[in-house]
Structures are given as C-alpha cells and as structure tokens.
Design a protein around this ligand. Structure first.
Ligand SMILES: Cc1ncc(COP(=O)(O)O)c(C=O)c1O
Length: 474
C-alpha cells in the first residue's frame, strides 16, 4: 500500500471547502455556534473539521485502518477514540466469558481490571519480577508464565503489559511462544509501545513478536491526539467478529473526526519517516542519560542493566538525592519549568518522543543541576519501599465483577484491613492498582496508600478522595 496516503485527512480537506447549510450534529455547526473566546484561542479550522459521520467517512476509515494494519504489522486494525482503555476492555470482552480464567500480569492497568468487571472472568494474577536496585517492575517472566500455564491449562487467554511505564518490554517473543505452545492467545497492553518496530535500536513490538491482540496508545508516544489509540489483531486464535462485537458495545457512536485524522497522519509519519525521527529521539535520550549520570547522586539506567528497554523512556532515580520523586517533580515543574510524565517515590519518568528538541534536553539537565544544588545536601531518611512485594501480596477473594456488583460498606481505612475491596486503588500514574477490586485489603496496602499520599502522590479510584475511608464488600 502507499503509506504516503492519508484517506481521512483527504475527506476532511474536501469538506472544509464545501459551502453548505449544516443541519446535523455537532450542534456548534462548524464552529459558528461555539463560544467566541474558545474560537479566538483555537482558530476556526479545528471546528470546521469537527464533522459528523459523513457518507464518505466509513470507506475512508476502512482504508486508513488497512494502512495502519500494514504499517504496524497486523492483520486488522481498529481506530479507537476512547484510548487504550476502550481497547483493553474490548480485548477482554471479545475473548472471555463469565467464569473463564484469565492469566493477567499483576502490573496491569486499572482499565484491564474494569474489563474484567465487564466480562465476569476470573483473574489469576501473575506476579512480576522486580529489580530492587532501580525500584523497577520488570513485568512477567517467561518462567512465571510457563509455571502458571502448567497449573492453569484451562485458562482462556493471557494478558500482559509490554512495554510498561518505564519502557521495560520484557522477553516478549518468549512469552508469545509459551502462550502459543499452550494454544492460548496472548493479549498485550502495548499502550506505551506505538513507536516500537519503527527503529532497529528499539525493542521489537508485541505485534512483531506474534501477539494475537494488541492495543497501542498512539497518542502517548507516536504523534496522534490524546485519546486516540489503535487495536490490532493477527493470527487465527481470535475471531475478528468477536472483536467487532465487543467494540459495538464499547465505542461511541459519534467518533471524533479530529482524533481519527490524527491517527491517520501519525501512521503516515511513522511509516514514512519513523526511522529517521526516532533516530533523533534516541540520540537525544542517550545524550540526556549520559549528562544526567554525571550529576552527583542521580542515576539513570540503560539497556545493559535492564534488557529489552525502550531507550526513549528516561527514568531518573532521585532516591540518593535526599528527596522523593514527588518532591523533585514539584520543584522541577513549579520552579524550573520542566514537566515529567510520572513521579514515584524514588523516580521521575520522562517520555522522549518525536516532538522533543535539544533545547528540552538543555532545560532538563539545567533543572536537575539546580535541583541537585538545592536539595543535594539532605539525605533521604525514609526507607525504600518495595513496591513489588506490596502489589503481589494481595489475595483475590472475589472476581472483579462479583465485587463490583456486591453490596458494599464504607469503612475507615484501618478497619478495612482483612476485608474485600470494592474499589481498585492506584497511584496515578501509572494506574496499576495497589489493591484490585475483589482483593483483600492488607496492612501493607494501607501503609503504601498512606505513604504515597503523604509524599504528594495521587491515588485514583477511591470513592473518598481523602482516602480516610474505603469501600469494602459487605
Ligand atoms: C499501561 C497502560 N495501559 C493502558 C492505559 C490506558 O490508556 P489510554 O490513556 O490510552 O486510555 C495506560 C494509561 O496511562 C497505561 O499506562
């Protein structure tokens, strides 16, 4: 196919020039009815492109999805305008029913747990490996997957995350081979991996490794607008019509054309210029890494220390600086105009992508030098927190769906220890539940939640924002 084509951009361009009386949705009628201050800020074109489901659109979406399937290496691609959240839920709804067993990495995103609420399947949580030196989740190892598949050969699907928030991709080829040896499809949350496969120095993508159903948040790293993602299918372990059926339930009947166009042009950019653009991003990331490593008490890690690492993802360890990642984040953001993607207790994660420039790197280095001068003298007193231990300790007592539908009570946090959680609580980002809905609340979870809140982190999923109380199954 000709990857230079952008069928959705072409449809939109044609409609921009057609003069007509609009008696259709959206109600702002090509921007004429929209708040003036907003139009002044945004310009008019953006609203003229916010069009409904035009007659030609269906064919253009089909063509754009075919181009995307070819570029990313799948048999079928679906454009999503509700993020990988929608994709993860569709994957689970398409492949499992109530009572089916799902082997799922315990480092999964909360959206996958929500998918289990929808389909009623029983999760068997797979523990992940952990690198204490960098407080780093390494994902599910091949040995763990093999062991669990031997113990649960009746599992319907396996769902894993690759890459994770830190860019760790794991041994994805081996994981695919193991799942397939048991004739079980592998679903991959590749929300952070839409750029993989477009440069030889990046780890291979889950699709190249042979995973069956893969979702990528094109918006996170590959140049499309926020909320736009792509769901990919390959092989014959999962039927296309099952995915279609799930998407019928989950997708909006009014997909945003701007988001669809942005997926189309992001695909062209990657397919045509991805290698060249990513080479520049990788160069910037390497430079940032080596300059940051020269600042006293700062550490980053490289592919040598963490195999299968996406080098465009930059994790900076601040634990030896005497501050938490949350404190470093506030300081960098409010005083030094550098904004990270994710703070944790010990780290700051920066996403480098096609849009970053040399001057961003200069600001990053300057920011950390300043931070080091101001904070370097104070050594951290708090002990390091073993994140992995905490998240794998929880016992699942009910399925997410059973817990969601059960009657629930609200209890003060400490009284909830030993009870079954009726909500999934996660530091956000990364959105990995410390306790999943249906799991037993442990003292470690309560301490971890309080520690994250005290350190300035954000907990998502709680019905009580202050987290003084928590909802438990009655
Ligand atoms: C690993 C992972 N999966 C899924 C999601 C959800 O993706 P989206 O924001 O595209 O809905 C996220 C969001 O950060 C994520 O980090």
């Amino acid at each position: 196919m000709n990857q230079d084509l952008t069928p959705l951009l072409e449809v939109a361009r044609r409609y921009l020039d057609i003069d007509h009386a609009p008696f259709y949705m959206p109600g702002h009628k090509r921007g004429q009815g929209i708040d003036r201050e907003f139009t002044t800020l945004m310009g008019e074109t953006v609203f003229r492109l916010d069009l409904p489901e035009l007659p030609e659109l269906e064919a253009a979406v089909t063509e754009a999805e075919l181009l995307a399937a070819e570029a990313y290496g799948s048999d079928r691609a679906w454009f999503l305008t509700n993020g990988s959240t929608c994709g993860l839920q569709a994957m689970l709804l398409a492949t499992c029913r109530q009572g089916d067993k799902v082997l799922i990495g315990r480092n999964c995103h909360k959206a996958a747990i929500a998918g289990l609420v929808l389909n009623g399947a029983t999760p068997i949580y797979l523990p992940t490996d952990y690198l204490p030196e960098f407080d780093l989740d390494l994902g599910v190892s091949p040995a763990t997957l093999e062991l669990f598949l031997q113990n649960h050969p009746d599992a319907k699907v396996v769902m894993l995350v690759s890459p994770n928030y830190f860019g760790v991709c794991g041994e994805i080829e081996k994981l695919v081979a193991i799942a397939h040896a048991f004739n079980i499809p592998l679903l991959v949350d590749a929300a952070h991996g839409a750029h993989l496969g477009f440069h030889p120095d990046l780890p291979i993508s889950a699709l190249q490794a042979g995973a069956d159903l893969v979702v990528q948040s094109t918006h996170k790293v590959a140049g499309s607008l926020t909320q736009s993602s792509i769901l990919h299918l390959q092989g014959n372990l999962i039927a296309q019509e099952d995915v279609d059926r799930a998407l019928q339930i989950l997708r909006s009947s009014s997909p945003n054309l701007l988001l669809l166009i942005s997926l189309d042009v992001a695909r062209r950019q990657m397919a045509v210029n991805g290698k060249k653009l990513l080479a520049e991003t990788l160069k910037l990331a390497e430079e940032a890494r080596s300059r940051l490593n020269q600042i006293p008490d700062l550490r980053t890690f490289s592919q040598v220390e963490v195999p299968s690492l996406d080098s465009t993802r930059l994790t900076v360890m601040v634990d030896r600086m005497g501050i938490t990642g949350f404190e470093a984040d506030v300081c960098l953001h409010s005083q030094l105009d550098v904004m990270a993607e994710m703070p944790t207790l010990n780290q700051l994660v920066f996403i480098l992508s096609l849009g970053n420039t040399q001057s961003d790197i200069e600001r990053l280095i300057h920011g950390f030098r300043q931070l080091n001068e101001e904070k370097g003298k104070r050594k951290k007193e708090k002990g390091k927190i073993n994140y992995e231990l905490r998240i794998t300790n929880c016992q699942a007592r009910l399925t997410p769906r059973e817990a969601y539908l059960a009657e629930s009570d609200r209890l003060p946090l400490h009284q909830a220890i030993g009870r079954i959680s009726a909500e999934s609580l996660c530091p956000y980002p990364p959105g990995i539940p410390l306790v999943c809905i249906g799991e037993e609340i442990t003292i470690e979870v309560v301490e971890m939640l309080q520690c994250i809140l005290r350190s300035g982190g954000i907990i998502n999923g709680a019905s009580d924002d202050s987290l003084k109380t928590i909802r438990v199954v009655k």
